[in-house]
Design a protein around this ligand. Structure first.
Ligand SMILES: CC(=O)N[C@H]1[C@@H](OP(=O)(O)OP(=O)(O)OC[C@H]2O[C@@H](n3ccc(=O)[nH]c3=O)[C@H](O)[C@@H]2O)O[C@H](CO)[C@@H](O)[C@@H]1O
Ligand SMILES: C=C(OP(=O)(O)O)C(=O)O
Length: 424
């Protein structure tokens, strides 16, 4: 399997451009199934997950023209001929479940195996299903939860849905189904992530009537049909956060282009608490770790606008080498500390107790053989590799390919030495 060799780095310097957001483009691509007209999606990052979504949409009957070298995908779902999503694609990616709403709206039927994605917790989908049932969908689940679930509806009907937790995926699925339902749907305790807003903006351009996206109450008045549009995807706030941490951990000074400062506020605030200097210029965000000593701070992950769970492992990489002890509490996923064992192979000496990690800090890490246990954990061990003595060998990097576009190229542009060794 392919791996990275990461060398201890000098402070990162230079500029990096952030790509379109993985977690925004995937629901938007699924939503393109809601119209029989062509949708053109710009700033689409060339990622493994995007490729899987292209294949999934094709398997359902959509014409997908992926020009990922130009960051464009065109999707035309004139006919949705298939309601069954193939297991070999769905197992690769959590976001596959998002096609369930459009499939029901277009064909009245969806057969979907349980989705894959990062192994960071149980990741049930009962809230997605609760929402769909409220809209009139009948769902047959395989009792052992091994086989696919089968969902059917004659006509989607708007209704009120309260989410017990502000699930991003459930909010997206319900918005997509409700867009073509008869009547009005109100989602209470909806997720407020920027990716939800981007999806709602895309759908509203198509003719949907969605209000309140980005707040905890989203109201969707169903319409009869939606039409094709062009859309630019928002920048990836987690990729941006990863490069912000990369600058600080190496005591660097970098300019980050194509970043929306509002979307990275919690990361900015926490990096400032650590001593980073961060400011906006006309060209982008400057992140400096070379001005003040870098000290520790505590982190608690929360749904947006709280500190993002997807930034927890990259930020912990910084805390492992910052001055002073710190505590990280993960409240979103129940099993998102797999990177701790990898950091400890490098000498971080972090202890966990339930959803709490205690980081002693002040460590000079040593290069080691480590595993990218999931997408963000993969980026996180590369960050520790940049400050560890010697060489860090990162295996299972296919996780990183799922969500970071031109990862090595972007780090090299900032002066890092990361070599990708392909599988023989
Ligand atoms: C493709 C995509 O956009 N992925 C993001 C999305 O994942 P995803 O949409 O899967 O995350 P959710 O917001 O649904 O999950 C958050 C928490 O809610 C729980 N839950 C969720 C649904 C449900 O029916 N029941 C339930 O208990 C999950 O197990 C988890 O503990 O949001 C996460 C939280 O910001 C991010 O880490 C992922 O990067
Ligand atoms: C957890 C993530 O992705 P997914 O939901 O696709 O597994 C992520 O982007 O960090």
């Amino acid at each position: 399997m392919a791996k990275f060799l990461v060398q201890k780095s000098a402070p990162l310097k230079g500029e990096v451009e952030i790509s379109g957001a993985k977690n925004a483009v995937l629901p938007i691509m699924a939503a393109a199934l809601l119209t029989d007209e062509k949708c053109t999606i710009m700033e689409t990052p060339a990622l493994r997950d995007v490729d899987v979504m292209c294949r999934l949409l094709r398997s359902l009957g959509a014409e997908v023209n992926d020009r990922l070298d130009e960051n464009i995908v065109e999707i035309e779902a004139k006919n949705v001929v298939e309601s069954e999503a193939p297991f070999e694609l769905v197992k690769k990616m959590r976001a596959s479940i998002l096609v369930i709403g459009p499939l029901l709206a277009r064909t009245g039927k969806a057969v979907i195996p349980l989705p894959g994605g990062c192994a960071i917790g149980k990741r049930p989908i009962e809230l997605h299903l609760k929402g769909l049932r409220a809209l009139g969908v009948e769902i047959k689940e395989d009792e052992g939860h091994q086989g696919p679930l089968e969902a059917r509806v004659d006509k989607l009907m708007g209704n009120d849905v309260y989410l017990d937790f502000p699930s991003v995926g459930a909010t997206e699925v319900i918005i997509m189904a409700a867009a073509l339902a008869e009547g009005t749907t109100v989602i209470e305790n909806a997720a407020q992530e920027p990716e939800i807003v981007d999806l709602a903006n895309f759908l509203n351009k198509m003719g949907a009537r969605i209000k309140g996206a980005g707040t905890d109450t989203v109201k969707i008045e169903g319409v009869e049909r939606l039409h094709g549009v062009s859309h630019h995807v928002i920048p990836d706030r987690i990729e941006a956060g990863t490069f912000m941490v990369a600058s600080v951990i190496t005591r660097g000074n970098i300019l980050i282009r194509n970043i929306l400062p509002d979307h990275v506020k919690p990361v900015t605030a926490k990096l400032r608490e650590c001593g980073a200097e961060i400011y906006m210029t006309d060209e982008g965000m400057v992140v400096r770790g070379d001005v003040n000593p870098i000290v520790s701070t505590d982190i608690k992950t929360l749904p947006y606008p709280g500190f993002p769970t997807d930034m927890q492992s990259p930020f912990m990489a910084l805390l492992a080498v910052s001055k002073g002890p710190s505590v990280v509490i993960e409240t979103v996923f129940e099993n998102r500390f797999m990177h701790v064992a990898e950091f400890n192979r490098m000498g971080a000496n972090i202890k966990t107790d339930g959803n709490c990690a205690i980081i002693p800090g002040d460590k000079q890490l040593q290069g080691a053989q480590v595993v990218a246990t999931d997408l963000r954990a993969g980026a996180a061990v590369v960050l520790t590799g940049l400050v560890a003595e010697g060489t860090t060998e990162v295996s299972d990097i296919y996780h990183i390919d799922r969500g970071y576009e031109r990862f090595v190229e972007k780090f090299r542009g900032l002066g890092a030495t990361i070599i990708r060794i392909e599988d023989n």
